[in-house]
Design a protein around this ligand. Structure first.
Ligand SMILES: [Zn+2]
Length: 239
């Protein structure tokens, strides 16, 4: 269950690639937006290696994926989408990427920061390797959230030169967690999630076959007759 809040929250989603927000937690985002919470995306790359066809240039792919990501965010009711332009596939956990995410946190000043769990090393029930950018993005977001974003002695030039005051989000939610402590029943929001994912045309192939595959990813207890879907998070409280 997600927390019930009395007032609208500002939520910042920081992930590696266009389509990560929808794949990892699109149902949750759609639900939160429908409740009046203000949601912003920041993607660390534009997904310029998200193709196997060499006839498409990275520039054309970036433009396409940016457009797709904006359309998908629109379906879910997300307010803005920003891109940080790190090269796809080469995302590193270092002081520069941490600083860039600290800057985002100090700019957007979210109540809730959503990233992904860097401890997700093997995905799809332990049968696949989780993308290295996902693991890197998870570490970067976690390291930026605490203690750097809220501590005035980290990246002092952000304050001195850009006027960005320290800010600590109240909560960090790490999606696709192998050890979740918060589960969202996504069943009623699954159609919306698929609709948003359909905007990522360059990534999903035939939409009908894609839907078939996605609809087979039942949560525990789900069956073809009574499908159930979940999105899982590690919820961390910082304040
Ligand atoms: Zn990804």
């Amino acid at each position: 269950m997600l927390p019930e809040w009395d007032t609208p929250k500002r939520i910042l989603v920081v992930l590696a690639h266009p389509d990560d927000p929808e794949f990892f937690c699109g149902a949750t985002i759609g639900y939160l937006a429908s409740k009046g919470h203000e949601i912003h995306y920041a993607l660390l790359t534009r997904g310029d290696k998200g193709a196997s066809d060499r006839s498409i240039t990275p520039q054309a792919l970036m433009a396409c994926r940016e457009k797709e990501q904006r359309a998908a965010a629109n379906v879910l009711g997300v307010k803005s989408v920003a891109f940080l332009d790190y090269p796809d596939g080469y995302l590193e956990v270092n002081l520069q990427t941490r600083k860039d995410v600290v800057r985002l946190i100090r700019q957007y000043r979210p109540d809730v920061l959503i990233g992904c769990d860097p401890l997700n090393i093997f995905s799809m029930g332990g049968t696949r390797i989780n993308h290295p950018d996902h693991r890197a993005a998870g570490w970067i977001v976690m390291d930026a959230a605490f203690p750097a974003a809220g501590n005035p002695f980290y990246y002092t030039d952000l304050q001195d030169e850009e006027g960005l005051e320290p800010h600590t989000p109240q909560e960090v939610w790490l999606s696709i967690s192998p050890q979740p402590n918060m589960v969202f029943d996504a069943t009623a929001w699954f159609d919306l999630k698929l609709r948003a994912l359909h905007e990522h045309q360059s990534q999903i192939g035939d939409p009908e076959l894609f839907d078939q595959r996605m609809r087979q990813r039942y949560a525990p207890g789900g069956t073809p007759e009574q499908p159930r879907y979940e999105e899982n998070f590690k919820r961390l409280l910082l304040t």
